[in-house]
Design a protein around this ligand. Structure first.
Ligand SMILES: NC(=O)c1ccc[n+]([C@@H]2O[C@H](COP(=O)([O-])OP(=O)(O)OC[C@H]3O[C@@H](n4cnc5c(N)ncnc54)[C@H](O)[C@@H]3O)[C@@H](O)[C@H]2O)c1
Length: 395
C-alpha cells in the first residue's frame, strides 16, 4: 500500500521509516532540498535515527524521499507532519501547514485517507483544513477521508518510542477514524480513537500545556528554594516518593523546542477567541520568559556584576543530548548577558555552530561558567577554579 508523508523532520521521518519497515511503500516529501539530499545520501538529520537505519530502509526500496510535492493516484494514505510554529506576532502560523494541505488536496483522489499530524488548535481540521481540501481537490466531503492524529514523539526518549507510545486518532467520520487506526496499528501497539477531531486536537494541547504549567511552577519554586538555601532537586526527589498524585518536573532556564513553548499558545489563542482565556498558560509563559533574566541577576550576584566579564554558557540546545536550538531559552540567556555588557561565549559540541559563531572549548579562561543544558558528554574539569552557576539546581 502506498503512503506519502509530507514533512520529513523530527515527526515525519520516524513515521515514514516505521511505516516502511512495517511493509508500506512510503514516499517522504520535504520542501527542504538540502535535507532531502542529506537523507538520500543516508545521513540522518535527527538524533533518534542512526544513518544505518536510513541506509537499510533506502536499500529495501520501501522508502524514498523527494522534494516533488505531487504523488500518484495509487497512494492510499497521506500524512502531514510539517511545522506549525508561532509567527513574529507570537500567534499560530499555519503557512507551512496550509501549503502542504493545498499540495495534498491537488493530488487527492476518491477513497484516499489524509491524516494531519502537525499540532493545531481545536477546530483547525474541520474549519480550516477541510475547506482547503474541498476546494483544491474538487471532491466532495464524502469522497475522501480526513483524520487528525497528534504526534507524541519525545526525541531521544529511550523508553517511549513511536511503537510503544499510545497514539490518538480521530476522524471527521467514523470510517476515517477506523481507517487511520488500521493504518497506525501496523506499526504502533496501541491506537485510541477519540470521539471527535476537536477532542484529539485539544488533548495534544492539554498534554503540552500541562508540561509548560508544571515546569514553570517548578522554576518558580526553584527561585524560592534558592532564597531559602535548599536544593529544589532534593525537594522534587522527596515528593516523588509519593506513589500517586505526583509527577516530577525539573528546573532550568525555561522551556524550548518546537512543542512546549509553542503549543500552549495555540490553545491560549482559541481560548481567548471563545471568551475563556487561560490564565494558567499566560502566567506559565510569563514565568518561563523571565527565567533567563533571573539567571542574569544570579550571575551578577556571583561575580559582582557581569559587565566586561568573560562568561561561558554551557549547553545551547533546549534539552540535553539534542542539537535542536529551536526556541531554546539559552539563546535569550546569552542575549541578555550580552545586553548587560558581558563578553559571552557558548560551548555545545552537539550544536557546534550557531548564528555565525562556533562552540568555544571549555577552559579555565572565564570569570563564570553557566551550566544551561547539561549534555551527557560534558566534561567540566577544565573549568578548574571558574565559579559555576548551575541553572538545573537551586544551590
Ligand atoms: N519535534 C517534536 O518533538 C514534536 C512532537 C510532537 C509533535 N510535533 C509537531 O509535529 C509537527 C512537525 O514538527 P517537527 O518537529 O517534525 O518539525 P521539523 O521542522 O523537524 O520537520 C518539518 C519538516 O517539514 C518540512 N516542510 C515545511 N513546510 C513544508 C511543506 N510545505 N511541504 C513539504 N515539507 C515541508 C521542513 O523542511 C521540515 O523538514 C509540528 O506541528 C510539531 O508541533 C513535534
Amino acid at each position: 500500500m502506498e503512503v506519502v508523508v509530507i514533512g520529513q523532520g523530527y515527526v515525519g521521518l520516524p513515521l515514514a521509516l516505521n511505516a516502511a519497515k512495517s511493509g508500506f511503500d512510503v514516499t517522504g516529501i520535504d520542501n527542504n532540498a538540502e535535507k532531502v539530499s542529506q537523507i538520500t545520501n543516508g545521513v540522518s538529520p535527527v538524533e533518534d535515527i542512526i544513518n544505518e537505519e536510513i541506509c537499510t530502509i533506502l536499500k529495501s526500496g520501501r522508502y524514498r524521499i523527494t522534494t516533488n510535492l505531487s504523488f500518484d493516484a495509487d497512494v492510499k494514505v497521506i500524512c502531514i507532519c510539517v511545522p506549525t510554529p508561532l509567527g513574529s506576532d507570537h500567534k499560530p502560523d499555519l503557512t507551512a501547514l496550509k501549503q502542504a494541505v493545498i499540495a495534498a488536496g491537488k493530488g487527492l483522489k476518491p477513497g484516499m485517507l489524509l491524516i494531519v499530524e502537525s499540532t493545531i488548535s481545536p477546530g483547525t481540521t474541520r474549519k480550516i483544513l477541510l475547506p482547503i481540501l474541498l476546494e483544491t481537490s474538487g471532491l466532495s466531503e464524502e469522497e475522501f477521508h480526513l483524520a487528525y492524529s497528534p504526534e507524541r514523539i519525545d526525541p531521544l526518549n529511550k523508553e517511549w518510542n513511536i511503537k510503544n507510545t499510545p497514539k490518538l486518532v480521530a476522524g471527521l467520520t467514523d470510517e476515517a477514524a477506523n481507517l487511520a487506526r488500521e493504518f497506525y496499528s501496523k506499526f504502533i501497539d496501541q491506537v485510541i480513537i477519540c470521539p471527535t477531531v476537536e477532542v484529539a486536537e485539544t488533548a495534544k494541547l492539554l498534554e503540552n500545556s500541562y508540561r509548560l504549567v508544571n515546569i514553570s511552577f517548578i522554576n518558580e519554586l526553584a527561585i524560592f528554594c534558592q532564597k531559602i538555601g535548599i536544593d529544589i532537586n532534593e525537594v522534587v526527589k522527596a515528593a516523588s516518593t509519593k506513589p500517586y498524585g505526583f509527577m516530577p518536573f525539573y528546573p532550568g532556564v525555561g522551556v524550548g523546542g518546537h512543542c512546549i513553548p509553542v503549543d500552549p499558545l495555540y490553545l491560549a489563542e482559541v481560548a481567548r477567541e471563545v471568551g475563556a482565556p487561560s490564565r494558567f498558560i499566560q502566567l506559565a509563559d510569563e514565568i518561563n520568559q523571565a527565567m533567563p533574566s533571573y539567571f542574569v541577576e544570579r550571575a551578577k550576584q556571583i561575580i559582582d556584576g557581569v559587565k566586561s566579564k568573560k562568561i561561558l554558557v554551557i549547553g545551547l540546545s533546549y534539552k540535553p543530548n539534542v542539537a535542536d536550538v529551536r526556541e531554546s531559552p539559552v539563546i535569550s540567556l546569552i542575549e541578555q548577558l550580552r545586553k548587560s555588557g558581558a563578553e559571552v561565549f557558548w560551548h555545545d559540541e552537539l550544536v557546534a555552530s550557531w548564528n555565525g559563531q562556533e562552540s568555544t572549548p571549555i577552559s579555565a579562561d572565564f570569570d563564570l561558567a553557566i551550566i544551561a543544558t547539561p549534555h551527557d558528554y560534558l566534561e567540566l574539569s577544565a573549568l578548574t577554579d571558574v565559579p559555576i552557576l548551575n541553572t538545573r539546581s537551586s544551590v
